[in-house]
Design a binder for this molecule. Structure first.
Ligand code: CP3
Length: 345
């Protein structure tokens, strides 16, 4: 690291060191559970928020200022990469993301352009503004969607329950799926290098829909590309976190891609998984986010119970198995973070 951070708990844990307490940050920590997020969101569209560096920085800073986490995450979306490739993306309230031009044929795939990292310059600009605002207090996490999850959005054109079209493509025309996955991978490598150049302190890859795949298909259509990304990016001294829903099953394959940290969903026993990972690999997770709907004494007891199980392990970052839900109570999210911050091993 070129500069020392005031609070480097997150980075020390990511490098598999023992820390005095687990560092904490949450996926979707800047979002709709915060009244202050709505104040900004009521004025701009979601994509405007992502594409205007000052606004993206304002939103990134909300949880830094309001809930005191140990790492900030860039405010953006995994779908900015497929948009840069030519996807006609919109976000509608209550509907979620949509691509008006889904990619289902070779002709559709040919229209995707992987040489478009310049279109994502606004993300680099946002990172620079955020780092000025953070001013060395805590690390900033950059991120991208993992290729399989991005493929699924391009093919389905929206979120899906069963990934029928994507899975039918990988079964009926695996060459086409590989062709698109390779294009996504190429742009993602350029995009993560752009984020590294702009000054992020860590990176996370989100494979949110990996759990839809079989063991063999995960290997061929997800892992192969995640591995390529981790090998090809110019990582300098930056830890990379590999997140997948499905990681309770796939972590042995995920570990073969050699991320520095595996982010675990909530199904598996995190202490048991940590014990099976390669010696230097850290772990992040794996609190069931739905516990944040429970009463405060329950939240506290379940966090302490998780920490008790992890007390003999180094390299542990506390996080949720998946993101904060929009209807969660701000007060309970903040409470959970306070419980972590007051804890000592
Ligand atoms: O975590 C953070 O605070 C950083 C910002 C961030 C967002 N999306 C903001 C966002 C990150 C890291 C993401 C990643 C993302 N986006 C993922 C992977 C993580 C995961 O949840 O598995 C995925 C699958 C997406 C795609 C996406 N973007 C969906 C499905 C939606 C709609 C969700 C919904 O509930 O409506 C989005 C929009 C989105 N991305 C919002 C936010 C804060 C909500 C936008 C709004 O305010 O309406």
């Amino acid at each position: 690291m070129e500069k020392t951070l005031k609070n480097d708990l997150f980075l020390r844990a990511a490098w598999n060191q023992k820390t005095e307490r687990p560092p904490v940050w949450f996926m979707r920590q800047a979002g709709r559970y915060m009244p202050e997020y709505w104040e900004i969101k009521n004025k701009y569209s979601f994509l405007e928020m992502c594409k205007t560096p000052e606004i993206a920085a304002d939103v990134t800073m909300l949880p830094v200022d309001l809930v005191n986490i140990d790492a900030a995450i860039l405010f953006s979306d995994i779908l900015v990469t497929p948009e840069a490739m030519g996807g006609d993306l919109s976000f509608e309230q209550g509907v979620g993301p949509r691509f008006a031009n889904p990619v289902r044929t070779w002709k559709d795939a040919e229209a995707l352009d992987a040489g478009t990292v310049d279109k994502l310059q606004y993300v680099a600009d946002a990172i620079k503004v955020i780092q000025e605002r953070l001013n060395g207090s805590i690390p900033l996490i950059g991120f991208a969607g993992a290729p399989f999850t991005i493929l699924s959005y391009l093919v389905e054109g929206k979120s899906s329950k069963d990934f029928k079209l994507t899975k039918t493509m990988i079964h009926n025309d695996p060459k086409l799926a590989h062709h698109i996955l390779q294009k996504i991978t190429d742009l993602t490598v350029d995009y993560l290098n752009l984020q590294i150049e702009a000054g992020v302190n860590a990176l996370q890859l989100f494979d949110s829909w990996a759990m839809a795949l079989t063991w063999q298909d995960y290997q061929e259509f997800a892992h192969a590309y995640t591995k390529q990304i981790i090998e090809r990016i110019n990582r300098k001294n930056i830890p990379i976190i590999s997140f997948a829903r499905g990681s309770s099953v796939f972590y042995p394959i995920m570990a073969e891609a050699k991320p520095d940290v595996i982010s675990l969903d909530w199904n598996a026993d995190i202490a048991a998984v940590k014990g099976k990972l390669p010696e230097a690999m850290a772990i992040q997770g794996n609190f069931d986010p739905i516990i944040l709907y429970a009463d405060k004494p329950v939240i506290k007891a379940k966090i302490h119970e998780l920490f008790e199980r992890m007390k003999d392990h180094k390299g542990f970052i506390f996080n949720l198995g998946h993101g904060i839900m929009p209807d969660m109570e701000f007060d309970k999210v903040k409470y959970a973070i306070d419980v972590v911050r007051e804890y000592r091993y």
